[in-house]
Design a protein around this ligand. Structure first.
Ligand code: NAD
Ligand code: MG
Length: 401
């Protein structure tokens, strides 16, 4: 539901904030709240002009009162009245519902969208932002997994930069600065291995939601934390990298690096390898993406080589963590398979988080969905939307949701 009022471009922020006008789609999530910390620390460089949330109206209102954006969107339409009322003393425009997200993405009150919605729901607003010529700082990897070819083509057509926020992709992006003429031989995506590194299926079959939500190195939203535990996250990231950096599947290697200090690496044609390093803290890649091409001074904790004796590396166990093997298959076959896999994964993770299925059932549901949804080699956008819907229905029937 979009309210019947004109959408203005001028907005007087009482703080006198200037600089780059940021829209945070998914401002109440893990990435969204950390991005607001970055904006709050740099009021002369950034202003938050659009904030959106799905259900968390209370946090959204708090954020709106603090950052005084031009527009906010609450996804859950039932909460519109409450949010509107809470902000009645301000001139902040309040919209609600899925359609409003797409419409606000096309508004001209901001310069850069931080795409920080989780899952497939982030695709359409991001697409609209690209078609409206907005720069994109992309956290929502599922958008590229579902329709990476179309997204990147539209970004080129609209001369829109897509700057990665995902720490591995930010690392690769940073390694590539100044290397435009040089060819990549391969990239090496590092993975922490998650909380079940070294475990075997007889252990995994019994793990509960609470175990899987404990990530050793990163505090993140629930969906990506489960994806990290199953290694699906690394599979999604391989596909994300394929589109962001225009790579062939065989140029993308995954290595387990439990300390999460090297965030990823690029190997060039001469064999030289560049790595980007630092403590695991998403604020750094978020800040880099928002401020690109500048680096901003900050007081985040620094990594100290003298205090860490070991950085270790090993091959991922794809026989145990079969989601990674499934994602590799989707990456190689392409077409609508990554989209189908992503949809089945979203349903499976949701069911696991609701304690409806066990940890290993997630893999079976994804695998069966990938085998049953008809393959389309070169899907149109509509065909991606349809494949997503079919895969969701198939997986939900399988799980009896
Ligand atoms: P989160 O669950 O903490 O937050 C998700 C945000 O999206 C919330 O603001 C929520 O209100 C909104 N949202 C959820 N469902 C929605 C829907 N159907 N429609 C509209 N809005 C909806 O998730 P997160 O951990 O911040 O992750 C966001 C994205 O960033 C994901 O794609 C994730 O893979 C990616 N990412 C996250 C991290 C991290 O450290 N959290 C790191 C790398 C990449
Ligand atoms: Mg990552």
């Amino acid at each position: 539901m979009i309210e019947n009022q004109t959408i203005g471009t001028s907005h007087n922020s009482p703080s006198g904030a200037g600089g780059k006008r940021i829209a945070i789609f998914g401002s109440t999530g893990s990435i969204g709240t950390q991005a607001l910390d970055v904006i709050a620390a740099n009021p002369d460089i950034f202003s938050a002009e659009v904030l959106t949330a799905h259900h968390n109206d209370e946090l959204l209102v708090q954020q709106a009162l603090r950052f005084n954006p031009n527009v906010i969107v609450i996804g859950d339409e039932k909460k519109y009245g409450k949010v509107k009322e809470a902000l009645s003393a301000t001139d902040i425009k309040v919209f609600a519902g899925e359609k409003a997200l797409e419409e606000v993405a096309a508004m001209d009150c901001y310069d850069l969208m931080l795409a920080a919605i989780v899952g497939y729901a982030g695709l359409r607003p991001t697409l609209n932002a690209i078609e409206s010529g907005k720069a994109i700082a992309l956290a929502n990897k599922e958008t590229l997994v579902v329709a990476g070819d179309i997204i990147m083509r539209k970004a080129v057509e609209n001369r829109v930069p897509v700057i990665p926020v995902d720490s591995e992709h930010s690392a690769i992006f940073q390694c590539l600065v100044g290397e435009t003429r040089n060819r990549i031989e391969k990239i090496i995506l590092t993975a922490s291995g998650g909380p079940f590194l070294g475990r075997k299926p007889n252990y995994l079959v019994n793990v509960r939601r609470e175990h899987a939500l404990q990530h050793p190195n990163w505090a993140m939203g629930a969906k990506i934390t489960i994806d990290s535990a199953t290694l699906m996250n690394k599979g999604l990231e391989m596909i994300e990298a394929r589109w962001l950096f225009n790579l062939r599947p065989e140029q993308i290697q995954v290595v387990i690096h439990p300390q999460s200090i090297i965030h990823s690496m690029v190997q060039f044609e001469d064999g030289s390898i560049k790595a980007q390093m630092g403590l695991p803290d998403m604020k750094l890649p978020i800040q880099y993406a928002l401020a690109f091409p500048k680096r901003i001074k900050n007081d985040f904790p620094r990594f100290d080589f003298r205090k860490v004796s070991t950085l270790s590396f090993e091959e991922p166990d794809v026989k145990t963590f079969r989601n990674l093997a499934l994602a590799q298959e989707a990456l190689i076959r392409g077409g609508n398979l990554p989209c189908v896999m992503n949809a089945a994964n979203e349903i499976a993770v949701y069911a696991f988080l609701k304690n409806r299925i066990n940890f290993l059932d997630m893999t079976s549901a994804i695998e069966q969905t990938m085998q049953n949804i008809p393959f389309i080699e070169k899907p149109t956008l509509e065909e991606y939307f349809d494949s997503d819907g079919e895969a969701r229905n198939f997986a939900a029937d399988l799980i009896k949701l």
